[in-house]
Design a protein around this ligand. Structure first.
Ligand code: IP8
Length: 266
């Protein structure tokens, strides 16, 4: 199970700009992993294809009858929901197309079509992600989904989806969070960190620092990743945080060679 972080695969502060080189490299790495006979499922984040507009239109708060705004592209929250879903399909299309280019058979599963409700207990049948063909790569992502009460819609983070898939699908061995700009979990804020500040093994008694850009992010940032990652680790799946700008580190991990990153302990 691999989560491509939104901050890794997009330019986080520029509306809908993808880091194409990084996506290409990650997809080649996924291909190499499948060549070792390992099946991969990909969940990707939203980055600037989701968070900026969702934040501006307060989509994470659900339907707000009194809320008014006009940004020149849409004039209501409901229109913004449609727009963000479209933007996420565009980002997903880029990932899917790069997977095809390396010879894989990606199957996209846009959450607004099969999932509803929010958080780790979201509703949706996960059986669609099961397959035993290594060339088939199921791909899904964080999205705006319907909610069953008066809030109407909300943001389902890819971190919640990847955690549920890791825990509930049979035979999942490892979950890798591929992140942007950091080598793993750090003891000090990322801009102050040296190599010594990388936490190699994290358990709840170890304190960490992470950047949560609450002004940009509508989901939980690093705190959400650690929380969901720990749930997954407790279920017996190996959980690692790796700098996705160096995807060979993921290969090293899989090949039992030296790798750089953080392991989340049970
Ligand atoms: O980046 C957020 O997903 P995440 C989804 O995986 C949207 O937390 C649409 C902002």
């Amino acid at each position: 199970m691999v989560k491509f972080g939104g901050a890794l695969i997009t330019k986080k502060d520029k509306q809908s700009v993808a880091h194409l080189e990084i996506i290409k490299n990650l997809c080649s790495t996924v291909k190499e992993i499948t060549e070792e006979g390992i099946q991969v499922i990909i969940v990707h984040g939203a980055g600037s294809f989701g968070h900026l507009k969702a934040k501006q239109w307060r989509l994470n708060e659900g339907y707000l009858p009194e809320f008014k705004l006009s940004d020149g592209t849409c004039s209501s929250q409901r229109e913004a929901v449609v727009d963000v879903r479209k933007d996420m399909l565009t980002l997903n299309g880029i990932v899917v197309s790069e997977l095809r280019k390396v010879g894989l058979n990606p199957i996209p599963h846009p959450p607004h079509e099969w999932a509803s409700n929010l958080g780790p207990k979201f509703t949706g049948d996960l059986v669609r992600f099961q397959s035993d063909d290594v060339g088939t790569i199921h791909v899904t992502f964080g999205d705006v989904v319907d909610v069953d009460d008066q809030t109407e819609f909300g943001i389902l983070s890819g971190d919640d989806i990847v955690a549920r898939l890791s825990i509930e699908l049979p035979g999942v061995e490892s979950l890798v969070f591929a992140m942007g700009g950091v080598d793993g979990l750090l003891k000090v804020p990322p801009h102050l960190a040296t190599d010594e500040d990388l936490i190699e093994n994290w358990s709840p008694d170890v304190s960490y620092e992470g950047l949560h850009q609450a002004d940009i992010d509508v989901t939980g940032g690093i705190g959400l990743k650690i929380n969901r990652g720990h749930l997954v680790a407790k279920s017996g799946v190996n959980v690692h945080l790796i700098n996705g700008e160096y995807p060979e580190r993921i290969l090293n991990l899989i090949r039992n060679q030296d790798w750089i990153g953080t392991t989340i302990l049970r």
